[in-house]
Design a protein around this ligand. Sequence first.
Ligand code: AMP
Length: 212
Amino acid sequence: MKIILLGAPNAGKGTYARKIKEIYNLTHVSTGDLLRNAIANNHPIGAEAKELIDQGSFVPDEMIVNLLKEELEKLEGGIILDGFPRTLSQAELLKDITDINAVLKFDINDEVAIRRGISRVICKDCGGIFNLLKLKPKEEGICDHCQGELYRRDDDTEETIKSRLKTYYEQTAPLEDFYKNLGILKSVDANLDMSHPDFKVIKNCQEILDKI
Ligand code: AMP
């Protein structure tokens, strides 16, 4: 199974990808994580990537496609693509790289996305995602899963989230029609709290994925 998670920044793609990958035994490929790793490891593209990410802009297609291809060559089996494609040209390029079975589109209101983003903390070691309002770690500053240190992303400020939302509507939202026309777009309401007792969003995703 090869699926894409589509949705505005802070719709919960990373959090849900971590749950879905366990249920269906998939590999989670996040292009944002690939870029953050490249920056942390002083990769030659790191400086340019950091500047663009901190502005809430996209990195050039060629940069991200090369990183993604490199990563996919190392992998076997099913994948969840999180954060790619983000433009129509990336969607066209993806067609030449791999086939996709379904696109889960997470619907979220802007104010929920902003509130979530400014209260998000992430584990430096395992990438686990928490929220200081709705999905608190048991111990402040420490990851529940691996005891790693929690940090805030530099681009999780209100100003940058607003800029990322604008970029999303301008450049990524047209992908919804692109995948709708291919008959593989499925929408999921992602406004519910991630701590919702029965994790309803995941159940809704499962109902969709069990049919493909
Ligand atoms: P994310 O972790 O998915 O929120 O991505 C963080 C940032 O990385 C984005 O705001 C972009 O600046 C950059 N980025 C990630 N994926 C892509 C992509 N497919 N195309 C262009 N830029 C990307």
